[in-house]
Design a protein. Structure first.
Length: 116
């Protein structure tokens, strides 16, 4: 079955960096666009970044441009989110997801807390 497992979250000070990972299995990873979303307390889930199957095309939400970088390893079937210059408003649970035909699959999420 399809599985997505995020890791790498934690507590970081403002201005710090984190790298999130999402290890996947159960589908042909290299054929699908991968997504990172986040959900802050009391807010709706929002799209953070996407990456095309071959990794050559990426998109970002405006507030993340220049600070976050999405990447993927099609050998390890893993997608990454490199986050720099973190702000308190980046505090959220971060999820990776993939759209497979009629279904969207999500990981369990990883908590990122930006606080001094």
């Amino acid at each position: 079955q399809v599985q997505l497992v995020e890791s790498g979250g934690g507590l970081v000070q403002p201005g710090g960096s984190l790298r999130l990972s999402c290890a996947t299995s159960g589908f042909t990873f290299s054929l699908y666009t991968m997504n990172w979303y986040r959900q802050a307390p009391g807010k709706e889930r929002e799209l953070v970044a996407t990456i095309a199957p071959a990794g050559g095309r990426t998109t970002y939400a405006d507030s993340m441009k220049g600070r976050f970088t999405i990447s993927r390893d099609n050998v390890l079937n893993t997608v990454y989110l490199h986050m720099n210059s973190l702000k308190a408003e980046d505090t959220a649970v971060y999820y990776c997801s993939v759209n497979l035909l009629l279904n969207t699959y999500w990981g369990q999420g990883t908590q990122v807390t930006v606080s001094s």
